[in-house]
Design a protein around this ligand. Structure first.
Ligand code: SF4
Length: 261
């Protein structure tokens, strides 16, 4: 049995076009990086530092602080991280002509709602009299953003857009479009499997947030089985036919190589 770890985004990609995964995994063809991909990579780096240090930010919050001041502390800290990332990845910024302001706007834009719900949660815990490390420990609910998980047992890994941690664990999959596809539900089920292992709690519901709405999704056994089944198909992939709908190929960056093989 192959021990290969599959990224949840590969499962979503497989559902879009299995041949794309075949080209990347079996034929080892690399998708040329775009500015958007590099920006995504840099944002992930920002979130990795942010997640490691958020407990410290919260523990340092003073009792009489307002909600607006909490938001300012978060934004200031995020800007510090963004500047650190811009120094560490100076070359990528130059090659892909990325402005510091673009990374700041996109990161803070993505986090806008997350910071507001965090600030409310912190205010509630402060009102209950918690401070310092106790404040972090007693945040209910606690929110995690772009949280990365890997499981050797499931042979899966992924980065969950948002997680609400309280007595229950609620994963969020955030989409920048208005529609919800079946692949989004499968992706959410994959994150639920990973989070069940990480937190040792059963997850029955998740949320898909789109531009227009938030929809509660029941994470069925069928959805979870589908995740494991597709992950196995990816691990054992030997070939992949062309899709029946060539519209998908119009904006595909692997189109040149794909039609030559
Ligand atoms: S060109 Fe079309 S068939 Fe080939 S990988 Fe891209 S989307 Fe799939």
């Amino acid at each position: 049995m192959s021990k290969e770890i599959i990224n949840v985004t590969e499962i979503a990609e497989y559902l879009y076009c299995p041949r794309k995964i075949f080209l990347k995994r079996v034929k080892k063809i690399k998708e040329p990086p775009t500015k958007a991909m590099i920006l995504g990579f840099l944002k992930h780096k920002v979130f990795d530092i942010f997640n490691k240090n958020e407990s410290m930010i919260v523990s340092n919050i003073k009792e009489n602080i307002t909600k607006e001041q909490i938001l300012i502390s978060y934004r200031n800290y995020l800007n510090e991280i963004i500047r650190e990332i811009s120094r560490n990845y100076e070359n990528l910024f130059k090659i892909f002509k990325i402005e510091l302001l673009t990374l700041e706007t996109q990161t803070l834009g993505f986090l806008k709602k997350d910071l507001l719900i965090r600030a409310d949660s912190i205010k509630n815990a402060l009102n209950l009299g918690f401070k310092g490390k106790e404040l972090w420990r007693n945040l209910k609910p606690k929110y995690l953003t772009e949280f990365q998980i890997i499981s050797e047992r499931l042979r899966l890994k992924g980065r969950v857009d948002r997680i609400m941690v309280s007595d229950k664990i609620l994963p969020y999959e955030i989409k920048t479009r208005s529609e919800i596809y079946e692949s989004d539900k499968i992706q959410l089920a994959a994150y639920s499997l990973l989070l069940e292992e990480e937190f040792g709690k059963k997850i029955e519901w998740g949320i898909i947030e789109t531009k227009r709405k938030e929809e509660e999704i029941f994470i069925t056994k069928e959805l979870k089985n589908k995740v494991l089944e597709i992950a196995d198909k990816i691990r054992n992939m030997k070939n992949a036919p062309f899709p029946s709908n060539f519209n998908k190929c119009k904006s595909c960056r692997l189109r040149g190589e794909c039609f030559e093989i």
